[in-house]
Design a protein around this ligand. Structure first.
Ligand SMILES: [Zn+2]
Length: 312
């Protein structure tokens, strides 16, 4: 009876221990399965490793991706100049002043005859007319310029630019930059260009750039006024010519820091003033200087001014 009781107790104890061990083993198996399922990559590697002979086992540090050789950068072969000495000529009227014109109007007016003689001088002395885009690309990208480069600019969008300057530029295979004031055109001022003329000149290779909307003094103005005067003409010229202007000409050469900030915010590459000079850099691109061609200037004076400013 005692033996039977002992045997029963023994069996009971064995069962208790075995069921405890089974639970521990089950927990251990489940834990391992959880770890393997939580790190699938590790689990696969472990299984794959087990199948590979020792010599084919991947190195623990090997990358699963192909390696790209590192090539040291080579220096750019383009030499970008610090500055360029290029005369940017400034014209206004290309016409004979009307009778009774005051001295300002006379000084701003180059007759078509004088203008043609000036173009002939440029052609016979090895000058090449370039655009402001070419000058800018020279300073930013190191693009080479032709010998004796010169930029011809015409302010205010006068009708005589179409009637006199444009045909003469075409005759000599030359290029001009026309700074137009868009409201003079929008309101049909007969002394100024029309959008049809502007479009024709642009299509013929002339550059149409902005000289603001109304030609008013831009200094001491608020933000909205500057948006109206500076962004508006950019949109209008783009709409009429299909070419987005990048250059600006300050009305009467006047500007302040707010004007410069606005020009930069609308990605203007350079702006020209009425100040005298011919050395251009990227640092002074927002105030590039020009050479004024005075009405009644002799060809000798014209040639002398160019020669003193020429050469890059
Ligand atoms: Zn002007």
């Amino acid at each position: 009876m005692i033996l039977l009781s002992l045997a029963t107790y023994y069996n009971y104890a064995i069962n208790l221990i075995m069921s405890h061990l089974a639970r521990v083993a089950l927990i251990a198996v489940l834990s391992l399965a959880f770890v393997l399922s939580a790190e699938p990559g590790r689990g696969r590697v472990a299984i794959a490793d087990a199948r590979l002979p020792p010599e084919d086992q991947p190195s623990p540090t090997a990358s699963p991706y192909p390696t790209v050789p590192v090539v040291p950068p080579t220096p750019t072969p383009v030499r970008v100049p610090i500055s360029a000495r290029v005369p940017i000529l400034m014209y206004h009227y290309i016409s004979t002043p009307p009778p009774g014109a005051d001295r300002y109007r006379i000084d701003l007016s180059v007759t078509p005859q004088d203008f043609e003689r000036q173009l002939q001088h440029l052609a016979s002395n090895g000058y090449t007319t370039i655009s402001l885009y070419e000058l800018y690309a020279h300073l930013t990208l190191g693009r080479s310029l032709p010998p004796r480069p010169v930029v011809l600019t015409f302010d205010d969008g006068y009708r005589d630019h179409y009637e006199h300057a444009f045909p003469l530029l075409k005759k000599y295979g030359m290029r001009g930059t026309f700074f137009i004031t868009t409201d003079f055109i929008n309101f049909g001022n007969p002394n100024h260009l029309t959008w049809e003329m502007v479009k024709e000149m642009s299509a013929a290779g002339m550059d149409i750039e902005s000289h603001a909307r109304t030609h008013r003094d831009l200094r001491n103005r608020d933000f909205q006024f500057l948006v109206w005067e500076i962004l508006g003409p950019i949109e209008q010229i783009t709409a009429h010519t299909g070419k987005r202007p990048r250059f600006f000409c300050y009305p009467s050469g006047r500007y302040d820091q707010a004007v410069i900030r606005m020009l930069r915010s609308v990605q203007t590459w350079a702006a020209v003033t009425t100040e005298h000079g011919a050395t251009h850099t990227l640092a002074n691109a927002i105030t590039w200087r020009r050479l004024r061609v005075h009405g009644r200037a002799t060809l000798e004076q014209f040639a002398k001014m160019l020669a003193s400013a020429g050469g890059t």
